[in-house]
Design a protein around this ligand. Structure first.
Ligand code: FES
Length: 571
């Protein structure tokens, strides 16, 4: 590509006063003049923050990317964007995913970049960056931060999924508070994101299966020196991608999305995958629907034996060969001729890989479980859909009818769940309302609500739980999520009462409220909203604009791509 065709030359290639201004201030960082004369300018979009501990090593990662960019003849410029740390942000990081995507989009569009490297790690930092970059559509490559090393507590491997077990053990008296404090220091023992197939790892697999990364990106541990090698190679590659003008819109075809859905089924990925992939599809103008998640994952068994659906951790996954082995095992179930970020096809990237542990990654003939990783439900209780992760649910509850115990909001749940007089037993169906995109607002990860203490003490380990919220990718249980339309819209989900019968049938993909249609309509006509409504700021905008879960919970006005052209400047 000739220098005058580079987007960045619209800034740095100018003469006179404008070129002077664009270059002179940059030169205060010690940048020599030749850097501005036709080298591809590569942005490194960094979500480093001490408040996002999963991305705490990203300054070092950025340095590795820079080495690659420089080696390939590019000019690296690192810039910060809003970082979303899953563990600290209140009320929930999901509330800010769309805001962060706007930051990314406008930061890229407004600045002289020819290509961009997205440094993604903790859950929402991946979809927000990819969504933003897709809405600009300049050459883009993703580098994930990598998972933590496996935690060790009392001689056993532990990871984020154990938090739910520890919590139940403390509540039932099996574990002391002191033991819990010790476990706390044992879990996150290295840099990186959650060490199980939670949302962050699911997102890392999603970007690799979409073709937005170099092969092997998904699972290299953050602490492994090969993570920096991958970052360096990604820096080298993005310079070439600029020369080839290989953009997200060239990679993110319908076939790429279908591959991502199939791979997610095979790895038992997080339910959050659905929301984020729908939102990304919306940015590239692709008409992906919830039904696609059913049709595309049909017949794909669970191949990865990873927590929370299985036994092992991301570190084991990497040593067993990582995502490339899953991609190879899926073989012709994937679209193998499509192009990926390194310029090669899926087939070219993954044909030569080998599995090193078939207890961690199975093949199609002997899958770990036959249930697909994700099921989409429909019925009068969720007219636009809901999702459940069968691979993390209890087989005996996959077809279940029970009486509803309704919690009107999260505060109501906390106030009453452990009340000894709560009329609940193991056959009941726990319903949590007003934790959807609008109702909470922001759709928090509270859907796998804890089981009442009195039932835990009886040894009840799982119950059917239904909400319009989300579940942590590290969570498990027979948990129906993302009910759409959510309670805050006055939907059927909003009018469920204690004692109503609810029928779940995962095999037939249905979820129904067994209440007479006339009674449902009568209750709807008397319904009044009870969720908090913001009166100003971003949250007001979010509540007014956010779409329902079955559309990915993006904002209506953010769908699509504005492109990278900026026609006016202020000089
Ligand atoms: Fe950051 Fe789990 S909290 S990835």
């Amino acid at each position: 590509m000739a220098a005058h065709e580079l987007r960045s030359q619209g800034w740095f290639g100018r003469t006179g006063k404008d070129g002077f201004i664009y270059r002179a201030w940059m030169k205060n960082q010690g940048i020599p003049d030749e850097e501005f004369r036709g080298k591809p300018v590569i942005g490194i979009c960094n979500t480093w923050s001490e408040l996002t501990p999963c991305n705490g090593h990203f300054r070092e990662l950025a340095e590795a990317v820079k080495k690659g960019i420089i080696a390939a003849g590019g000019f690296p410029v690192e810039f910060p964007v809003m970082s979303l740390g899953e563990t600290l942000i209140k009320p929930t990081a999901m509330l800010y995913r769309n805001l962060a995507s706007m930051d990314v989009e406008e930061s890229i569009r407004a600045n002289p970049m020819d290509g961009v490297v997205l440094l993604c790690g903790c859950d929402k930092t991946t979809p927000s960056l990819v969504m933003g970059a897709c809405s600009v559509n300049i050459p883009t490559i993703v580098v994930s931060g990598g998972p933590m090393l496996t935690g060790r507590y009392e001689g056993k491997s532990i990871g984020t999924s154990d938090i739910w077990r520890f919590n139940d053990a403390v509540r039932s008296g099996e574990m002391s508070q002191e033991q819990l404090t010790v476990a706390e220091a044992c879990m996150c023992r290295s840099a990186g994101h959650c060490a199980v197939m939670g949302t962050a790892s699911t997102m890392a697999c999603m970007v690799e299966s979409l073709g937005l990364t170099l092969p092997t990106n998904a699972a290299i541990p953050a602490a492994d020196s090969r993570r920096k090698v991958l970052a360096r190679y990604s820096g080298e590659r993005i310079v070439q991608m600029v020369k080839e003008d290989l953009k997200p819109s060239d990679i993110l075809t319908r076939e790429a999305f279908e591959n991502a859905i199939r791979v997610n089924a095979a790895i038992g990925g997080s339910t959050n995958f659905v929301l984020h992939l729908l939102a990304i599809a919306g940015r590239v103008g692709l008409d992906l629907t919830l039904e696609d998640f059913h049709t595309q994952s049909k017949g794909i068994p669970l191949l990865a034996n990873l927590q929370p659906s299985g036994k092992y951790f991301m570190e084991d996954f990497y040593y067993a060969g990582g995502l490339p082995v899953v991609m190879k095992a899926l073989g012709t179930k994937l679209h193998t001729k499509i192009r990926t970020a390194n310029g090669k096809t899926v087939e070219e990237n993954y044909t030569a890989v080998r599995s090193y542990d078939d207890d961690v990654i199975a093949d199609l003939d002997r899958p770990f479980k036959t249930e697909t990783g994700l099921a989409v439900l429909f019925g009068n209780l969720c007219e636009h859909g809901a999702v459940i992760k069968p691979s993390a649910a209890s087989p005996h509850l996959m077809r279940h009818t029970g009486r509803a115990i309704v919690f009107e909001n999260i505060e109501d749940y906390h106030a009453r769940v452990d009340d000894p007089n709560l009329p609940i037993d193991e056959t009941s169906v726990m319903v949590l309302k007003n934790v959807g995109p609008i109702g909470y607002p922001g759709m928090p990860e509270v859907g796998n609500m804890g089981i009442p203490k009195k039932l835990l003490e009886k040894g009840v380990a799982d119950m059917v739980r239904i909400s319009d919220g989300r579940m942590s990718g590290t969570g498990f249980g027979t948990v129906v999520l993302h009910v759409s339309p959510e309670a805050a819209t006055g939907s059927t989900f909003a009018i469920i009462k204690d004692g109503d019968l609810i029928a779940l049938d995962v095999h037939n993909r249905t979820l129904n409220l067994l209440v007479d249609e006339k009674e449902i309509e009568a209750r709807k006509s008397n319904w009044k909203p009870s969720h908090p409504v913001a009166t100003r700021g971003y949250v007001k905008l979010y509540q007014e604009q956010v779409q329902q879960a079955h559309l990915g919970a993006d904002m209506e006005f953010l769908k699509g791509c504005s492109g990278s052209r900026v026609t006016r400047d202020s000089h």
